[in-house]
Design a protein around this ligand. Structure first.
Ligand code: UFG
Length: 326
C-alpha cells in the first residue's frame, strides 16, 4: 500500500484530497499545524500535528514513514495580506517549502505535487491563459509561488526531484457528499461570502468594482470545483509514479463568470435574496482570469465532473446550510 503525505490536509482543499486518497486505498499521512485547518476535517489516515518550519520534526516524519508521494497544500493564500506582510508569506510559502524539499531530497526524492496559482501570471497579456503565459506576479503571494516553481526546476535538474505544479484558478465548491467545505477565517473568497449573505451569516455582499472592461463591468473568474482539482492531483501523482518528467498544468474549466453572474446564479441556486452593495475595486484584481487547461485534459485525460457553476455553488450551499445550520 502506498503512503502519501498530505501537507495541509486539514485545510479546504487538502482535506478533500485526503478523503479522495483514502477512497483509492492509499495510506494517507496528514501533516498540519492547524493554524488554518481543522482536525475534524481530516477524515482518516494518520494525523501528525507539525510544522514545516521545524526541520527536526520533518526529519523524524520522513524517517518514520517512506512516502511514495508528497502533496503540499499548506500555503498562506491571501493576496492582500501578502502585500501588507510579505515576510509572513516568504517565510511560510518559500522558506518552509524549502525545508520540505531539502528533507525530501535527503529521503530519496519522492514525487511532489505542488499547489500553485494563477496569481503567478500577474495581469494577463492574453486570455485564456496557457502554461506558457509570461509570469509577472504582482504581489508577494504570487511571487512566493512562482519562486517555488522555479526552485523546483532547479531541484529537478540538480537532485532529480520530480514534481507537478498545479496552478489553480478559482477553487470553489464543497465536498459533493457534504462532509467538507470552506471554513476560512476570515473568509475572503467570493462564493462562500455570497452564500453567507444568502444564509444570513453576513448582511450583504460587496461587489468590488463595476468599471472593469468586461461585459457587465465586474471581474471575470474561472471557478473550478475542489473535487475536480483533487482528481487532477491523483492523475498527476499517477503520472509521476510511472516515471514521467516534471510538468506544470493550469487548472480551470475554461469559462469565465463575472461577479454579478456568480451572485445571480447563487440567488437561483439558493432561492434566497442576496443583498448586494456596489463597492470600490479591490487592489490587485485583474479584470479577467480564465484558464486554458487543454494540457491537463490531453496529457492526464482529466475530465472535470462538476464543471458547471450551478453545481459548484449548489455544493458550497449544501455545506453552508449543513455546517452552519442555516
Ligand atoms: N469579490 C467581490 N466581493 C467580495 C469578494 C470577492 O466582488 O467580497 C470579487 C473579487 O474582486 C474578484 C472575484 O470576486 O473579482 C473573485 O475573488 P476571490 O477573492 O474569490 O478570488 P481571487 O480571484 O481574488 O483569488 C483567487 C484565489 C487566490 C489566487 C487568485 C489568483 O483565491 O488564492 O485567485 O489570481 F491568488
Amino acid at each position: 500500500m502506498k503512503t502519501i503525505l498530505v501537507i495541509g490536509g486539514a485545510g479546504y482543499i487538502g482535506s478533500q484530497m485526503v478523503k479522495l486518497l483514502l477512497t483509492t486505498g492509499c495510506h494517507v499521512v496528514t501533516l498540519d499545524n492547524l493554524s488554518h485547518g481543522y482536525r475534524d476535517a481530516v477524515l482518516g489516515g494518520d494525523f501528525v500535528l507539525g510544522d514545516l518550519a521545524n526541520r527536526t520534526e520533518l526529519e523524524h516524519l520522513f524517517t518514520r514513514y517512506t512516502f511514495a508521494g508528497v502533496m503540499h497544500f499548506a500555503s498562506f493564500i491571501e493576496v492582500g495580506e501578502s502585500v501588507r506582510d510579505p515576510g509572513k508569506y516568504y517565510q511560510n510559502n518559500v522558506a518552509c517549502t524549502l525545508n520540505l524539499l531539502d528533507t525530501m531530497v535527503a529521503h530519496g526524492c519522492p514525487p511532489f505535487i505542488f499547489s500553485s496559482t494563477a496569481a503567478i501570471f500577474g495581469e494577463p497579456q492574453y486570455v485564456p491563459l496557457d502554461e506558457a503565459h509570461p509570469k509577472q506576479p504582482i504581489n508577494p503571494y504570487g511571487r512566493s509561488k512562482w519562486m517555488i516553481e522555479q526552485i523546483l526546476t532547479d531541484y529537478d535538474r540538480a537532485y532529480g526531484l520530480k514534481s507537478t505544479c498545479l496552478r489553480y484558478f478559482n477553487a470553489a465548491g464543497a465536498d459533493p457528499e457534504g462532509h467538507l467545505g470552506e471554513r476560512h477565517d476570515p473568509e475572503t473568497h467570493l462564493i462562500p461570502l455570497v452564500l453567507q449573505a444568502a444564509s444570513g451569516r453576513r448582511s450583504q455582499i460587496t461587489v468590488f468594482g463595476q468599471d472593469y472592461e468586461t461585459p457587465d463591468g465586474t471581474c471575470i473568474r474561472d471557478y473550478i470545483h475542489v473535487y475536480d482539482l483533487c482528481q487532477v492531483h491523483l492523475l498527476a501523482l499517477e503520472q509521476l509514479l510511472t516515471g514521467k518528467p516534471s510538468v506544470v498544468y493550469n487548472l480551470g474549466n475554461g469559462s469565465g463568470f463575472s461577479v454579478k453572474q456568480v451572485i445571480e446564479m447563487a440567488k437561483e441556486v439558493t432561492g434566497r435574496d442576496i443583498p448586494v452593495v456596489l463597492g470600490q475595486r479591490r487592489s490587485g484584481d485583474p479584470a479577467r482570469l480564465v484558464a486554458d487547461s487543454t494540457l491537463a485534459r490531453q496529457v492526464l485525460g482529466w475530465q472535470p465532473q462538476y464543471a458547471d457553476l450551478a453545481t459548484i455553488i449548489a455544493h458550497a450551499w449544501q455545506w453552508e446550510r449543513r455546517h452552519f445550520k442555516r
